[in-house]
Design a binder for this molecule. Structure first.
Ligand code: GLP
Length: 243
């Protein structure tokens, strides 16, 4: 595991974007595993800037996103499909037919999840998986207690995640209670993993993830067992760790 300390959110975003750029340059037809949340927004902004300058070409890139709220349509401005379109896909030359997000409108959970696993398999696996970190150590929507061996599945969101995500919705009642998420098994199968972490509020959980016991209680702790993980975190997020 490699840990890069960034000065602040902007520096973290630039460093992470550099790593993603290197992946795209080295393998133009790579499969990127992408994430939502506030952590990767700056990374996407930086990638868009470099694309606009002519330094990056997304034309052969395929993407698979980690998760989607069950019940939200792609047009719903709180859906992760909408997030990806507005924060990245609409601004670069990626072929949208090769950008995959679980189908939030598929009411049959087993079908939605099986279909998504098939999509990931068909792409030949993920070359580089970008991750944010939830306050309770979740990755994607794999909440504490999620079995490490699961592939894409439907989850009941925990109260703390609903609480953390309600800032994006008009009221807490509007936050979906369920989501489809890639499982830990899908995530661990990515060839490389890049985690972006920012802010003092993530300092305790980041320390647990990196140095605590590997346990489903802290889903991201399993990353200790992956052989190509890069953490890019800002000083605030790393404030509880001596480096
Ligand atoms: C959400 C997403 C995760 C994300 C996490 C952290 O619940 N499903 O993929 O990593 O929140 O979000 P943020 O980066 O906004 O702290």
């Amino acid at each position: 595991m490699v840990i890069y300390k960034a000065k602040d959110y902007q520096d973290m975003s630039r460093k992470a974007a550099n790593i993603i750029s290197a992946q795209i340059i080295m393998k133009p037809n790579c499969v990127l595993g992408l994430a939502t949340g506030s952590s990767p927004v700056g990374t996407y902004k930086q990638l868009i800037e470099w694309y606009k300058k002519g330094d990056l070409d997304f034309s052969q890139v395929t993407s698979v996103n980690l998760d989607e709220y069950k019940g939200l349509s792609p047009e719903n401005d709180q859906s992760y499909r909408y997030f990806m379109n507005t924060n990245l896909f609409d601004h670069v030359n990626i072929d949208k037919t090769r950008t995959f997000v679980p189908d939030g409108l598929e009411a049959d959970s087993a079908k939605a999840c099986n279909d998504y696993n098939a999509v990931i398999r068909k792409q030949g696996g993920v070359d580089l998986q970008l991750l944010g970190l939830g306050h309770n150590g979740h990755i994607g929507f794999n909440e504490p207690g999620a079995a490490f061996e699961k592939e894409t599945h439907c989850v009941d969101l925990t109260e703390s995640t609903i609480e953390a995500n309600k800032r994006f919705f008009e009221s807490e009642d509007d936050v979906p209670r369920q989501a489809y998420t890639m499982g830990i098994k899908n995530i661990m199968q990515a060839k490389k993993i890049l985690v972006v972490v920012s802010g003092e509020d993530k300092a305790d959980i980041l320390k647990e993830v990196l140095y605590g016991p590997i346990t489903p209680k802290v889903p991201a702790s399993i990353l200790q067992l992956h052989n190509d993980v890069t953490i890019v975190a800002d000083e605030a997020a790393l404030s509880k760790i001596d480096m």
